[in-house]
Design a protein around this ligand. Structure first.
Ligand code: 13P
Length: 252
């Protein structure tokens, strides 16, 4: 039985004080972290340390939204995996579609970041997902399979990786993939992992769904056999909604 995982990706929202306030509200409303669902939050870089101070000891994971693939050096504006580790992160999101779309994160770059993050002992949330154009052309499986294969190139052990399927057309649009549409892609990702690794690895890897997850649709999505939780954008900026989504995952 795979343990569910729900992570809030706050994107470029919340100042340090706002992030501290939101994480405190999440703790208040969530109570104990349940054994049936891992919970994480991914504030912007400046708020990582402050949020870490608030959530440390609660069992909620701190996640970063991105990292660089070099150890250190002259890379103005970038953040290394050691910096994230020291800030208290246990997860880093890699290959989010917004990084792919606006900041040139190609599959080979994503792969370098995945490997660097793992080398620092961080868990990785590897994001994949097709655009609307790709879905309409009927090449969703091809695109996602390629993102998974190239993202995991040279990664010997998938144990510290969570895959997040986030159809680009469903992110921030209010349009959610139907639970069946999402399930179909999740099953194909799991089959890809079986081919790259083996059946036990595929059975164990957690695959989150992301894209307009809300309290009203979370339960149905999380009830699908290959959907192991969610990567939540907009709804994670509201403590009540985020906690309701975590509760839906705990129940499923
Ligand atoms: P929304 O939940 O706002 O659609 O964002 C999803 C996402 O991109 C999470 O990483």
């Amino acid at each position: 039985m795979r343990k569910k995982i729900v992570v809030g990706n706050w994107k470029m929202n919340k100042t340090i004080s706002e992030a501290v306030e939101l994480s405190s509200a999440i703790i208040d409303q969530l109570g104990e972290v349940s054994a049936s669902c891992e919970v994480g939050i991914a504030p912007a870089f400046p708020a990582l340390s402050g949020v870490h101070g608030v959530i440390s000891g609660t069992g909620i994971h701190l996640a970063a939204q991105n990292c660089h693939y070099e150890d250190d050096g002259a890379f103005t504006g970038e953040v290394s995996v050691r910096m994230l580790d020291e800030a208290g992160c246990s997860y880093v999101i890699v290959g989010h579609s917004e990084r792919r779309q606006y900041f040139g994160d190609t599959n080979p770059v994503v792969n370098l970041k995945v490997k660097k993050a793992l080398s620092a002992g961080l868990n990785v949330i590897l994001c994949v997902g097709e655009t609307l154009d790709e879905r309409e052309k009927g090449i969703t499986t091809e695109v996602v399979t390629c993102q998974v294969k190239e993202g995991l190139e040279g990664v010997a052990d998938i144990g510290d990786i969570v895959i997040a399927y986030e159809p680009v057309w469903a992110i921030g649009t209010g349009k959610t993939a139907s639970s069946l549409q999402a399930q179909e892609v999740h099953a194909s990702i799991r089959a890809t992992v079986a081919g790259l690794y083996n059946e036990p690895a595929a059975a164990g890897v957690r695959i989150q769904y992301g894209g307009s997850v809300k309290p009203s649709n979370a339960e149905e999505l999380f009830a699908m056999p290959d959907i192991d939780g969610g990567l939540i954008g907009g709804a994670s900026l509201n403590a009540e909604d985020f906690v309701a989504i975590v509760k839906a995952a705990e129940k499923s």
